[in-house]
Structure formats: C-alpha cells, structure tokens
Design a protein around this ligand. Structure first.
Ligand code: SF4
Length: 378
C-alpha cells in the first residue's frame, strides 16, 4: 500500500482523499459525543448533501446459498454448524427467479446484490448464469442492476462475471489485522489465506471490473486501525487504477446464533461507529456506505444524513427469505419493508431512489425518474 499517513490535520480541515483524516480516529474526543463528533457529523452531512442532494440508493441482498465450506468463526453459515436455527438452502434457478420477480413486483426493488456462501456446487459458472438470469428479468421490467458478494476469485473468474453482465462487485476484507484474520478464518480453504483476499481487489481491476465495494467487519480487531488501513488500501487502489471503490462495506460484528465468536472487545459503540462512517465520508464523499439492516432504523437513517448511501430496506440473509419465506439466517437483521419505510425516509428529508444503476463507478438515477422531477419512489 502506498499512502502515507503524514502529520495530524491541523484544526481538522477534512480534505477529501487526505489520509491524515484518519488521525482523528485516535483523538481522545472521537466518538465521545462532544464537539469533535459534531464537527465530523455536520461536515459529513454537508459534503454528502453537496454531492448527492439527499438521494439514497435502494439495494436488496438476495442470498443464493447457505451451504459453505469455510469456517469463519463469527458466521452462522460456517461449515460444521448444525444449529437448530439453521437450514442449509441452495436456491434452484427457478426459485431465484421467483425471488427476483417478487422483489421487483411487490417491493419495487431493482438493484440486487446476489450473496453466495462458499458452496462447492455453486461455482463461477452458476454465478454467471445467475447474473444473466437476473439481468434478463430486470430488463423485462424496465432495467436495474445486479452485483455479487461472494468469495474472492481469480482474474479469469472475475472476467467471466463481467462478461456475463455484472454491474458491481463487493468484497469485505473483514480485518486488516493479519494475525486476527487467521484466527477467525481457520483451515486451509481460500478464505483462510489473508493475502489472497487482500489482493482480490487488484484482480477485479485487472479483470476490467471498475465498480467495486471494499469494507471491513468492524469489531474483529482494533477498529480504529482497521478503518485507517481501509482508507490506506483505498488510496492505493485509486492511485494504482485511477479509480477508487464506489461502495463502502460497513458491517459491524453482531452475535449470530451458531457463531463461535459472538463478541469481542473491539466492537465500536454506536457513536464511534457512526463517527467512523462519517469520517470516511469526509475522506471519500463520493463513496456510498452500504447501510444494512444489521443496524436499527435510527442508526441507519442517521448514517444516511445528506444522502449518498446504499440503503437496504427489505432484507433477508436467508436463501429464499422473501417470496419463499424460508428460515435460517446468516446473521439477524431487521426488515424495513420498502412500501412502508420509503415514505418514512422522505419525511426525514431523504430521497430513496429505487430506479438507478452504476455508470462509470457512480450511482446514476434512471432518466425517466429525473424527468419526473424526483428521485424518490412514490
Ligand atoms: S462469512 Fe461467508 S464464507 Fe464465512 S462461513 Fe459465513 S458464509 Fe461462509
């Protein structure tokens, strides 16, 4: 990684792309609810509003399989977990189509993140077919976008996904602390290799994918260091490929039913977490934090201040968890039903957009939506 964290910012000037911003994470007042937090949160809201005018971009995760050979200690889907709350499900192609139709027709959601556990029978061939299938369904209904969240892959595999019509890809590094990473990801499988995952972002760019998401699972190690190293990694990507990530993964460790690690001393509290996301907004205002229902409504909507975030409304971490109402989550989530909660966002001064896509690494609202004078879903 190439960025150097120079001296702390004098009187916190919050210059976009300045890695010195990360020094604020270690300020004694950071995350304490005082004037420094107010300064960060207000500056973040302003920067986001200047760029995104309150627009939020609705996205929905769609889990394809919960069968996994990996052993991530914090996950309910880990290999060997036979907990009563877990059913192993692999969606068949027609079941996937049913879920997509349901999300489009009943909920108006048309930007879909396909999520895969590391299933030995769901390899890149199947992922490509899924991408093509979802693209066909979206095209029939007026368009949308499809991305994936899956294991780290090789360059050729990323290239095949791009050729299949993939719009975006997200991968969370989990933690930049190599020793802790190895403890949480035991075994000899792909995910156990810290470097293979770390270098996956380079492989995406080499394969020609330009719309990527990076992130960490806050709480696996010293969260301050992880956030700072994430910014450093983003700076390296920007300098190397001429474009940075456009999505920021912001999961925070929450105890899942069958997890072997359910809490650590390193989980940031609400205020610290909210300020870390806001600080990142100052570092990279164009990047969209992926706000998920792992967090409650109040925190999600606070973190969405000013706009410029991906926002999960309907949310299930269960393959078949929408139309088929299957059971057996990866981690517990809320579910903010889109028809009910979109108007609530509007009342809070935010503008949820359902009809959008990525173009050249940026979220773009469908022209017909802009022509109607609003980005929000009526
Ligand atoms: S985090 Fe992903 S790879 Fe790890 S056990 Fe869970 S589903 Fe499998």
């Amino acid at each position: 990684m190439c960025g150097e964290m120079s001296s702390p910012p004098t009187s916190f000037e919050w210059r976009t792309g300045d890695l010195a911003i990360a020094h604020a994470l270690w300020d004694k007042q950071f995350g304490k609810g005082g004037s420094l937090d107010t300064q960060i949160l207000e500056a973040s809201k302003l920067k986001k509003y200047e760029q995104y005018r309150g627009f939020l971009f609705a996205i929905v995760p769609l889990y394809i399989t919960s069968i996994c050979v990996e052993s991530c200690l914090y996950c309910n889907f880990r290999a060997g977990n036979r907990g009563v709350k877990l059913q192993r499900v692999r969606l068949r192609p027609l079941q996937l189509a049913d879920e997509v139709q349901y999300l489009i027709e009943k909920k108006g959601l048309r930007v879909i993140e396909l999520v895969y556990a590391t299933d030995p029978l769901v390899r890149v061939d199947r992922m490509c077919k899924d991408v093509e299938r979802v693209q066909r369904l979206l095209a029939k209904s007026g368009g949308g976008a499809v991305g994936i969240n899956a294991e780290a892959l090789d360059v050729d595999e990323y290239r095949r996904l791009k050729d299949a019509g993939l719009d975006f890809i997200v991968l969370w590094q989990e933690t930049y602390d190599r020793d802790q990473y190895i403890k949480y990801h035991p075994g000899t499988t792909k995910k156990a290799c810290f470097e293979y995952r770390l270098e996956a972002y380079d492989r995406m760019f080499v394969a020609g994918i330009r719309t990527i998401g990076m992130g960490i699972l806050s709480g696996l190690s010293d969260w301050r260091l992880d956030w700072a190293l994430l910014m450093d990694h983003e700076a390296y990507i920007s300098e190397t490929y001429g474009i940075g990530p456009c999505i920021l993964g912001v999961p925070r460790l929450k105890g899942a039913a069958g997890a072997l690690v359910r809490e650590t001393p390193w989980v940031p509290n609400r205020q610290e977490f909210k300020c870390a996301v806001a600080l990142h907004n100052l570092f990279a205002p164009s990047v969209l934090p992926f706000l998920s229902t792992r967090e409650d409504w109040e925190l999600c909507s606070e973190m969405a201040s000013g706009g410029g975030a991906l926002f999960t409304l309907n949310c299930s971490t269960i393959p078949g968890g929408y139309a088929a109402r299957a059971q057996g989550y990866q981690f517990p989530t809320d579910n903010f039903d889109a028809p009910l909660y979109a108007p609530r966002l509007i009342r809070q001064g935010l503008l949820p957009v359902f009809d959008w896509k990525f173009s050249k690494g940026e979220a773009v609202i469908a022209e017909r939506r802009l022509a109607s004078g609003t980005g929000a879903q009526e």
